[in-house]
Design a protein. Structure first.
Length: 279
């Protein structure tokens, strides 16, 4: 189980939220590599907001994954690597935008939920629901707020997965184009962007393996969707290009920047108001 986030991070979040004129609901975007503590931080911020009388909802971008059948169809039509959940282009962004729009109208929309153990979306009967008249929406996920790479940066593969399974660059161009499209519309709705900055991509395997072991203990060792070390190593290669890009370009524009060490302890916490930031 991930440790509770440093109280200074939560203080920085509310300082940043309080320092900006925002729409209702205000939207806090939490970005960070896999295993960096995004979900734990989101839960803590939501609890703190509740104690302050602020109606809050949390939406993980992971819960917007396309269904397994939809990704399988995408894999057949566009590229086999799109059958694996995670990268831009494998989410139902229209679904996420519909949640935001419903909250803007003061409604209490259902909040989608994805079951990673079965690698498929939970049926709507098992979704949660946002509070009516929600004042704060937290959107968290590994690529939340990310910007696309320049087209010229896509030519050289970053790892063996890209070199061997995407030699022509079809997959990575599709991912980049998706990020430049509908994702911009969703991310433009973010009022405060927080980055949990890992010390480097190299730590992501260890952090993600910890998550996998927690999931295994919770659902049992034979549950579908679980990965061994080799499977996990291949899985995170899907995320490597964009994770490295985020760590290089987002720190300069994040409203709250938290630099982490290998144990997820904050080495630096800074916040600033940056009204010129756009998605």
């Amino acid at each position: 189980m991930a440790a509770e986030p440093d109280a200074r991070i939560v203080e920085a979040v509310f300082a940043a939220i309080g320092g900006m004129p925002m729409r209702k609901p205000a939207v806090l975007g939490i970005c960070g590599a896999q295993g960096s503590g995004k979900s734990t931080l989101a839960r803590t911020v939501e609890s703190c907001a509740a104690r302050r009388g602020i109606a809050t909802a949390t939406l993980s971008i992971d819960d917007l994954y396309l269904t397994r059948a939809e990704r399988e169809a995408l894999a057949r039509k566009v590229h086999p690597l799109l059958g694996t959940r995670g990268v831009p282009g494998t989410h139902d962004i229209a679904l996420g935008l519909s949640v935001v729009e419903a909250l803007e109208r003061g409604g209490a929309p259902p909040l989608p939920r994805f079951d990673k153990a079965s690698d498929d979306r939970f049926p709507p009967a098992r979704w949660g629901r946002a509070p009516a008249d929600c004042a704060l929406l937290i959107i968290e996920g590994w690529c939340v707020g990310a910007r696309p790479q320049a087209p010229g940066a896509l030519g050289d593969p970053v790892n063996a997965l890209e070199a061997e399974e995407d030699a022509g660059g079809i997959w990575r161009r599709y991912v980049n184009d998706a990020l430049a499209g509908a994702y911009r519309q969703l991310f433009a709705r973010i009022d405060v962007l927080l980055l949990l900055a890992a010390p480097g991509f190299e730590i992501v395997f260890d952090w993600r393996m910890q998550q996998e072991n927690e999931l295994r203990r919770r659902v049992g060792p034979d549950a579908p969707g679980l990965m061994d070390a080799a499977g996990l190593a291949r899985f995170i290669r899907h995320y490597e290009r964009l994770t490295r890009h985020i760590l290089a370009e987002m720190p300069e524009r994040a409203d709250v920047l938290v630099r982490l060490d290998d144990e997820r302890n904050p080495l630096e916490i800074s916040h600033r108001v940056n009204p010129s930031r756009s998605g």
